[in-house]
Unconditional design. Structure first.
Length: 137
């Protein structure tokens, strides 16, 4: 069974200022019991709930399930070594084709001022983090 990054769920919810009850209602639950179990790692949400959490928290599903994604990648890497597949499928090709939601947004005919501001803030953070790394901080 795939595990969700439970510590990230609670952290992100709190940073966004959401209460468990609010999220539970949006997921279709009558109480906070299930959400609490997701946040403590005792239960894994179904796909639909995971997608809803992804939307609510602004995180890709792959980030919410990053441990499971790593496991699946490892399984694929091992399977690709089988006769008949070796050399024919290369996961690196997919990695090199970076998917960037911001780039997709920029390619749209029109973008809102909110989206443009979000992209500017993201670029600023990326540049700052890269500068810190270069300076050795």
């Amino acid at each position: 069974m795939p595990n969700i990054n439970s510590s990230l769920l609670a952290l992100r919810r709190k940073r966004l200022g959401y209460e468990q009850k609010q999220i539970a209602v949006l997921l279709g639950h009558n109480s906070t019991y299930q959400l609490s179990r997701y946040e403590t790692g005792q239960r894994t949400p179904g796909f639909k709930e995971a997608v809803k959490l992804s939307i609510l928290y602004g995180l890709p599903v792959s980030v919410l399930f990053e441990g499971y994604v790593r496991l699946c990648r490892k399984e694929l890497e091992n399977s690709i070594k089988q006769p008949g597949l070796a050399g024919r499928i290369n996961l690196q090709n997919a990695r090199e084709m970076d998917y960037c939601t911001y780039l997709e947004t920029l390619r749209a005919d029109r973008i809102s001022e909110f989206e443009a501001d979000k992209i500017r803030r993201h670029i600023t953070v990326l540049v700052q983090e890269r500068s810190k790394k270069i300076q050795g901080n």
